[in-house]
Write a protein that binds this ligand. Structure first.
Ligand code: NAD
Ligand code: TYD
Length: 355
């Protein structure tokens, strides 16, 4: 049995990845280290909690004693590192947690892996440290062009700056210590189990209940959207076949303006959910609000390297992925209700309460 140490497995992509791997791969065990911040949700993995191939450990990646103990106890062959503070708006109002988890936490994990794996140099064995990162490290594009693996880093938000710092540390551990690091920089994900502070689940949740839909600025900022299951498949391919020291960009080849997405969700909900009072269309809930400070205009990924070298490309069209996502949220109202409590509820109500 090969043991994978997954960090942040109770978050959006981590939970999808654990489900993906346990459903499709034999001969693996998963140890999930997660602090259970506001974004971590045990109910996303409730149906696999009793699987003998799965172990959950609640804890902080910034704790060197805990992380060192876990490497000794579980002897993982690979690490897939998702744990992070991940929401740009929160990084603007409270950057400190982003520096702590994303920078110090990533350093703590890298250093524990270096200590635990010092017996075998890179190239010997199948050990892998897969650092999951974002295309936001590359900054903002104008109307044309794409991010490649060679694009210089130019992060603009505390979130993307903290992820850029963690990428540099991961890369430094490869060059300095030959730790078998791989880095992936992925575009915006969407799909089941995404926390409803991010654009797509926030709009689904608000539009479902007739609440206002805040669109920042002119709504014409562009993101390259990827269905989360396609991202999980890309990560599994990189983990299995990527050479240590490599970076891969992962993207959906699917650029959309925010306003197009918000409008598409309104149309889907008008079709799939009970109508609003007076039968008014959900697009009437759209409100253009003050722009996010330093709002990156456009992200677009050139995913040619992972396609050429590892044969990966996205399978799910945006139309299909968005319909599946809306259906999932309609069918999992209990999941949504369950997380709208505690610290998140107070944040959410301060933003949307009474409307
Ligand atoms: P998320 O916010 O949904 O989940 C983060 C998880 O990490 C939560 O379960 C949380 O409890 C855990 N966590 C946070 N701090 C921790 C700590 N100190 N110790 C242990 N666990 C901790 O995030 P996500 O959207 O699933 O993103 C996962 C990773 O993928 C992140 O590294 C993010 O930068 C990257 N990424 C996300 C996207 C996207 O569109 N969501 C795109 C590209 C890259
Ligand atoms: P988000 O889901 O926060 O992802 P990121 O900032 O990491 O790309 O936001 C996606 C886009 O949607 C981004 O351009 C900001 C915009 N946005 C809104 O217009 N309204 C909202 O309420 C949110 C959360 C985001």
């Amino acid at each position: 049995m090969k043991t994978l140490l997954i960090t942040g497995g109770c978050g959006f992509i981590g939970a999808n990845f654990i489900r993906f791997m346990l459903a499709r791969k034999t001969g693996i065990r998963v140890v999930n280290l997660d602090k259970l911040t506001y974004a971590g949700n045990l109910s996303s993995l409730a149906d696999i909690a009793a699987d003998p191939r799965y172990r959950f450990v609640q804890g902080d990646i910034c704790d060197p004693d805990l992380v060192g103990w876990l490497f000794a106890e579980e002897a993982p062959e690979a690490v897939v590192h998702f744990a992070a503070e991940s929401h740009v708006d929160r990084s603007i109002t409270g950057p400190s947690a982003f520096i702590q988890t994303n920078v110090v936490g990533t350093f703590t994990l890298l250093d524990a892996a270096r200590a635990a794996w010092s017996d075998r140099p890179e190239g010997n064995g199948n050990r892998r440290f897969l650092h999951v990162s974002t295309d936001e490290v590359y900054g903002s594009l104008g109307p044309t062009g794409y991010f490649t693996e060679e694009t210089p880093y130019d992060p603009r938000s505390p979130y993307s700056a903290s992820k850029a710092a963690s990428d540099h540390l991961a890369s430094a551990y490869f060059h300095t210590y030959r730790l078998p690091v791989l880095i992936t920089n992925c575009s915006n994900n969407y799909g089941p189990f995404q926390f409803p502070e991010k654009l797509i689940p926030l709009v689904i949740n608000n539009a479902l209940h007739g609440r206002e839909l805040p669109v920042y600025g002119d709504g014409r900022n562009i993101r390259d959207w990827l269905f989360v299951e396609d991202h999980c498949r890309a990560l599994s391919v990189v983990l299995e076949r990527g050479a240590a020291g490599q970076t891969f960009n992962i993207g959906g080849n699917n650029e959309k303006q925010n306003i197009e997405i918000v409008t598409a969700i309104c149309h889907l909900l008008d079709e799939m959910a009970p109508p609003l009072e007076n039968g008014r269309p959900r697009t009437s809930l759209i409100r253009f609000v003050t722009d996010r400070p330093g709002h990156d205009r456009r992200y677009a990924i050139d995913a040619g390297k992972i396609r050429r070298e590892l044969g990966w490309q996205p399978d799910t069209s945006f139309e299909e992925g968005l319909r599946r996502t809306v259906s999932w949220y309609l069918e999992h109202d209990a999941w949504l209700r369950g997380i709208l409590d505690g610290s998140y509820r107070s944040y959410y109500e301060s933003m949307y309460g009474g409307r």
